[in-house]
Design a protein around this ligand. Structure first.
Ligand code: 8YV
Length: 315
């Protein structure tokens, strides 16, 4: 049987490229110089799209592929896929939940520790000779025993909260409703109230039109000059302009961010700040997790083209 044609939106690690090319006729969108011309040329043959969480598939891309049947996302977040366009055309969409949950939660905790204890600055203190020349490194803030808020107690938020328990923290969370599995955690429905009672606020919400800028001025102000915001979800969940203003004026203590509007080109104002920790959207970036994500992307595509049930369907 002829291999199904798929459009590959972004690059994958080498270990994924080989099996993908073996199973499918792959059209590498990200390598095309003239994207529009490329889509017009290969679009009619394309039956599947393999994309990445942050790249998704927009309406233009979907409409350029009239025979499209399935979109497989390398990532748990599918907010960059135009689900409306997919629903109109009966296109199935899959993602890679579960396999990345623990790594994303680990990075959130690591960011909290690194930022609160000033670990990056401390290493510079050693390496640039400040320790020997100036003496003791400035004191930083404690993590254990303080108050944490988790905004969005889904799979990732729950794993963050589980880890925070190990630091003897008081844990509260906001979500659309109280969760039966949130034992020992306080439910606070209003994100502003959650921020007010938190030293560390973790943003772990799936992004959607409804959650856009859910962390706005009011939440940031409530977190306050001693508070830290940690975002391991999507940039759109935060009003970046409000965040930058609050960090610049010190109305917010600090932030640790893995995601940015317009990434990888982030707002240069972030680079001038000394109270942020910036990460290159790599919360799921371990060899183990990325191998599992790549496998799941292929398994979903293969299941679809073999007429079997999708493993991790979104729609
Ligand atoms: C990216 C992510 O998909 O899971 C998600 O939603 O955003 C990430 O895991 C990753 O950068 C690979 O593209």
């Amino acid at each position: 049987m002829a291999k199904p044609h798929i459009l590959q939106v972004g690059p994958y690690p080498q270990w994924d490229e080989e099996p993908l090319n073996e199973a499918f006729q792959v059209h590498r969108y990200f390598e095309a110089e003239d994207k529009q011309a490329f889509l017009s040329q290969v679009g009619p043959q394309v039956r599947g799209i393999a994309t990445r969480g942050e790249l998704g598939a927009n309406r233009t891309m979907i409409e350029a592929c009239p025979n499209l049947e399935v979109i497989s996302v390398y990532g748990v977040g599918y907010d960059a896929v135009d689900l409306g366009a997919c629903r109109e055309r009966g296109i199935r969409v899959t993602n890679t939940p579960d396999v990345l949950t623990n790594d994303v939660a680990d990075l959130g905790i690591a960011m909290m520790l690194v930022q609160s204890r000033g670990i990056i600055g401390a290493e510079t203190w050693v390496k640039d000779g400040s320790w020997a020349a100036k003496g003791l490194y400035p004191l930083k803030r404690r993590v254990w025993g303080r108050k944490a808020g988790v905004l969005g107690l889904g799979r990732i938020g729950f794993e963050v909260a589980k880890r925070l328990r190990g630091f003897d923290m008081g844990i509260a969370y906001s979500d659309v409703s109280a969760k039966p599995y949130a034992e020992g955690m306080e439910f606070v429905s209003d994100p502003v109230e959650l921020a007010r009672r938190s030293d560390f606020l973790f943003v772990t919400l799936a992004a959607s039109a409804e959650t856009r800028h859910i962390v706005g001025r009011a939440v940031i102000e409530a977190l306050g000059p001693e508070g830290m915001l940690i975002n391991i979800s999507r940039a759109s969940n935060i009003d970046e302009e409000a965040l930058l203003e609050a960090l610049e004026s010190r109305q917010l203590g600090s932030a640790a961010l893995d995601v940015f509007e317009g990434e990888p080109k982030l707002n240069p104002r972030f680079l001038a700040l000394d109270n942020v920790l910036l990460q290159p959207h790599h919360a799921s970036g371990t060899v183990e997790t990325r191998k599992a994500m790549g496998q799941l992307v292929r398994d979903n595509l293969m299941a679809h083209f073999d007429g079997r049930a999708l493993l991790t369907p979104v729609i």
